[in-house]
Design a protein around this ligand. Structure first.
Ligand code: CDP
Ligand code: MG
Length: 708
C-alpha cells in the first residue's frame, strides 16, 4: 500500500476534518487504557479517520481493528470510502462484513461490520483474539446489538484479571458516540476517560409547517408535502443542497418520482430565485439500494446543479453528506417496535423524538448556516414527539439476543450489565419463546437444539423449521424459503394503478403455478423458476419481481446451506423419518417453526391467533389465500401488518392435528415461573416441585379436544 501524497484531494479533505488536529492525542489515549469513550459532532471524522490513525500507529501489528455499525449500509459505504482513502482494494486491508455479505479476507486489518456480526464473532471466539482494537461506533443510536455488545465487552474485558483470558495482549475498546450521553457511558465502563473532539456547528433556523398536526400520526400525506416543500426550497432559496428525511424505500421512490415530474416543468429563467441554480439532481438513499448508487450521494453535484437527497434516517447520523444547507423533515421514522396488541415485533411508522428532530436539523449546519423546514406543526412537536428515542433494547423482542447470551454462558440474563435494562417482562417473554422453540430447557439452560439454532442469523422460529426439515432430509424445501424471507420484499408494487393490475395478475399466476395455495410455496416456486430460467433478470422483469432481491436470496440460500452443512457433519445431528407426501411434509416443517403464529378461523373472514393474545386478524390482500378464507380453518403466518386492522402476511393453510401437540407448549410455562430460573441455577428439588405443579395444571388442557 502506498502512502497518500498531499496531491490527493481526499487527503487534504481528511486533514480538514475536526478530528485531524487531535490525531496524536487520540492515538495516545487509545494506547493508555483499555476503555475509551470518543465523542464529537457527526461528520467530525470519527468513523472514517480514527481506524486509519490507529492503523498508521501500528495497532494492526497484533491484530485487526474492528469497527461496528448498527446499519449495514453504513458499514459498506464507510469501508468503501476508507479503502479509497487508504488506496487499497476493498476486501483486502480494508473490508467489511454484514449479514450474508462478507467482503473481508485474512489480510483485512481494518474491518467495518455490523454490530450483529461482531456479536456472532464473540460467539465463536469470546476472547476476540484476532482483534487488537474493537470500536463500537454510533453508540448513541442504541441499537439492540450494540447495547448487548457494550454489556459483553464490559463484562469480559473490564476486569484486568479476566481481560487477557484467551489473549496474548490486552484488547483496546473504543466507544464512539455523537451525542453527549458520554458521562453515562463512561461511568458504565468503569469511569473510563472521555475524549471530546471539539467541533463547531453553524446555526440552523428551524420553521414549523402546517401539513402534519397531532391528528395525522397515521396518515402518509407527508410524502406529497415534503415534495412540495423541496420544490419551494429549490425555487426560492439560494444555492445549497437539500436533504429530505422520509421513512422507507417505497415512499422515497414515490417522492423521487413526484420530484422528477415536477422539476421538469421548472423554467429556470423565471421560476428560481438564485440564478446560479440551473437544475435539480434527485438522489434516493435507503438501506437496500445498490452500493454503487449510494456512492453517488457523496459526490459533489455538477456546477450550477442543486443536489436533493431523499433519505431514510440513515442520513441523520450514520452517513454525512457534504454540502447540505437545507433540511426537509417529515417528522416520521420507520421503527421496529414490539406491539403488545399482537405480541410481535412490527415495523411501524412513528413520529420521531425531539432529540432526533434536532439531530436531523443539525445536518444543515455543518459548513455554514442552514435552514430546516419541518412540515409538522408546533403542536405536533409538543404533543406527539417524545423527548428522546427509546433504546431498541426496551422496545423489541429479545429472543435472538438472549439465546446468544445463553450460548455465551450468561445464565443470569436479568442481571446482565445493560446500559439501560429492558423491562423484566420482555426478558421473560424471550425466555418463554426460547423454551417454546426447545432452545432452552425448563432450567433455562441451552439445549443441543439451541446451540444449533444460534448458528443461523435468522429468527429462531425459521431456524427451527429449517432444522426440522434437515432432520427429515428435506432442507431443499425450507432453505430457499428462509432465504426469500430474509431479503427485502421480492414482489414489485408499482405505484401506477394500471401497472399494479398487471403486476397483480403476474403474481397471482406465480402463486397458482406453485400448485397449492400457500404463500411459502409461492416463494419456493419463484425461487426455482427464476433460478432455472435462462435469463433470470428478464424473467424477473416479466413477472414484476425484484431481480436484485432474488439475487441476494440465491446467495443467502447458499450461505444458509453452508451453515447447515457444517452442523450436519457433526455426529449428533438428529435424523427422523416421515412417510407423507411432499406438500404435507413441507407444511409440517413450517409448523414446527411457526406454531407460535397459528390462527384459527373465527367468524367470516376473521381469524383469531392462538398464542394467548387471541388477536383478531385478517388475511392480507397480497396473500394468495385472500378471498379463499371460507375454506380455511387453520393457518400459520410469517408476519403481521398493523393498520386499522391487523393483517397476517405470507400465509399457509395447515391442519389442526399438525399443531395439536405443539400448541400446548405455548401455555406450558408462564413467565413468572421462568423468572426464578432466569436468575439462578435451579436445584433438582425445586425442579421436581415445579414439574409436579405444572403437570397438575396441564391435565384439563390435554382433554380439551379442539374442533377441526
Ligand atoms: O463518524 P463521523 O460522523 O464523525 O464522521 P465520518 O463519517 O468519519 O465523516 C467524515 C467525512 O467523510 C464527512 O465529511 C463525510 O462526508 C465523508 N464521507 C464520505 O465522503 N463518504 C463516505 N462514504 C463516508 C464519509
Ligand atoms: Mg460516524
Amino acid at each position: 500500500m502506498s502512502k497518500s501524497t498531499s496531491l490527493d484531494p481526499k487527503d487534504s479533505e481528511s486533514k480538514r476534518l475536526p478530528i485531524y488536529r487531535h490525531k496524536d492525542r487520540l492515538i495516545q489515549a487509545v494506547r493508555d487504557g483499555s476503555f475509551l469513550v470518543v465523542t464529537g459532532e457527526t461528520g467530525s471524522g470519527k468513523t472514517t479517520q480514527l481506524p486509519q490513525y490507529l492503523h498508521q500507529a501500528g495497532f494492526c501489528k497484533d491484530g485487526k481493528i474492528g469497527i461496528t455499525q448498527p446499519r449495514r449500509v453504513a458499514a459498506i459505504t464507510v469501508a468503501q470510502r476508507v479503502a479509497q482513502e487508504m488506496r487499497c482494494t476493498l476486501g483486502r486491508e480494508v473490508g467489511y462484513q454484514v449479514r450474508f455479505d462478507d467482503c473481508s479476507t485474512h489480510d483485512t486489518v481494518v474491518k467495518y461490520m455490523t454490530d450483529g456480526c461482531l456479536l456472532r464473532e464473540i460467539l465463536a471466539d469470546p476472547a476476540l483474539s484476532q482483534y487488537s482494537v474493537v470500536i463500537l461506533d454510533e453508540v448513541h443510536e442504541r441499537s439492540l446489538n450494540t447495547d448487548i455488545l457494550l454489556g459483553l465487552l464490559k463484562k469480559n474485558f473490564s476486569n484486568p484479571a479476566k481481560a487477557t483470558k484467551g489473549r496474548s495482549f490486552p484488547l483496546r475498546v473504543v466507544v464512539m458516540s455523537a451525542t453527549l450521553e458520554t458521562d453515562k457511558l463512561s461511568s458504565f465502563l468503569g469511569n473510563c476517560p472521555v475524549f471530546t473532539i471539539p467541533g463547531r456547528n453553524f446555526p440552523v433556523t428551524c420553521t414549523f409547517g402546517s401539513a402534519v398536526g397531532p391528528k395525522d400520526t397515521e396518515s402518509t400525506a407527508y410524502v406529497k408535502e415534503v415534495v412540495k416543500m423541496a420544490l419551494d426550497v429549490h425555487t426560492s432559496e439560494m444555492a445549497g443542497d437539500i436533504l429530505v428525511f422520509l421513512t422507507g424505500q417505497s415512499e422515497i421512490e414515490r417522492a423521487c418520482d413526484l420530484l422528477y415530474e415536477k422539476a421538469e416543468s421548472i423554467d429556470y429563467r423565471y421560476d428560481v430565485q438564485d440564478q446560479t441554480v440551473e437544475g435539480l439532481l434527485i438522489l434516493p438513499l435507503y438501506g437496500s439500494m445498490p452500493t454503487d448508487q449510494q456512492r453517488q450521494i457523496f459526490q459533489p453535484p455538477p456546477p450550477r446543479i442543486r443536489k436533493c437527497v431523499v433519505a431514510t434516517n440513515i442520513a441523520a447520523t450514520s452517513l454525512t453528506i457534504n454540502g447540505i444547507k437545507y433540511i426537509i423533515d417529515s417528522g416520521f421514522v420507520k421503527q421496529l417496535n414490539h406491539n403488545s396488541r399482537v405480541g410481535m415485533d412490527i415495523l411501524e411508522v412513528v413520529p420521531i423524538s425531539k432529540s432526533e428532530a434536532q439531530q436531523r436539523a443539525g445536518r444543515a449546519g455543518r459548513t455554514s448556516e442552514g435552514k430546516c423546514f419541518r412540515i409538522y406543526t408546533k403542536e405536533f412537536w409538543e404533543k406527539c414527539m417524545p423527548e428522546y428515542t427509546v433504546p431498541e433494547i426496551q422496545r423489541t423482542s429479545l429472543t435472538a439476543v438472549i439465546l446468544v447470551l445463553k450460548c455465551l454462558g450468561v445464565h443470569d440474563v436479568i442481571r446482565f450489565p445493560y446500559l439501560d435494562p429492558p423491562e423484566e417482562r420482555f426478558i421473560l417473554e424471550a425466555l418463554k419463546q426460547l423454551y417454546q422453540f426447545d432452545a432452552i430447557d425448563r432450567r433455562g439452560r441451552v439445549t443441543h437444539l439451541g446451540e444449533m439454532m444460534v448458528e443461523f442469523p435468522l429468527h429462531p422460529g425459521l431456524t427451527r423449521a429449517i432444522l426440522k426439515a434437515a432432520s427429515l432430509g428435506c432442507q431443499d424445501l425450507l432453505l430457499p424459503v428462509a432465504a426469500m424471507l430474509s431479503v427485502e420484499n421480492i414482489f414489485i408494487r408499482p405505484g401506477h394503478p394500471e401497472k399494479q393490475k398487471e403486476a397483480d395478475t403476474k403474481h397471482r399466476a406465480l402463486a397458482a403455478k406453485s400448485g397449492s395455495m400457500n404463500d411459502f410455496a409461492t416463494l419456493l416456486s419463484v425461487f426455482h423458476s427464476c433460478k432455472s430460467s435462462d435469463r433470470p433478470s428478464t424473467w424477473c422483469k416479466e413477472n414484476w419481481i425484484h431481480w436484485r432481491a432474488l439475487k441476494s436470496a440465491f446467495s443467502v440460500e447458499t450461505q444458509l446451506r453452508e451453515i447447515l452443512h457444517r452442523l450436519q457433519q457433526k455426529k449428533d445431528f438428529p435424523v427422523e423419518i416421515f412417510d407423507g407426501n411432499k406438500n404435507e411434509l413441507f407444511r409440517r416443517c413450517l409448523c414446527t417453526g411457526y406454531f407460535t403464529n397459528v390462527a384459527r378461523r373465527s367468524v367470516g373472514k376473521v381469524f383469531c391467533t392462538m398464542d394467548g393474545h387471541g388477536s383478531m386478524v385478517h388475511i392480507h390482500p397480497s396473500s394468495s389465500l385472500f378471498d379463499q378464507e371460507a375454506e380455511l380453518n387453520w393457518v400459520i403466518f410469517h408476519d403481521v401488518l398493523v393498520t386499522s386492522r391487523v393483517y397476517i402476511r405470507t400465509v399457509c393453510p395447515i391442519r389442526y392435528e399438525w399443531v395439536k401437540d405443539l400448541l400446548p407448549k405455548l401455555h406450558e410455562v408462564d413467565v413468572y415461573e421462568l423468572s426464578s430460573v432466569a436468575r439462578e441455577e435451579v436445584t433438582d428439588e425445586e425442579m421436581i416441585k415445579w414439574e409436579t405443579r405444572e403437570a397438575a395444571k396441564r391435565q384439563p388442557e390435554a382433554s380439551a379436544e379442539d374442533v377441526m
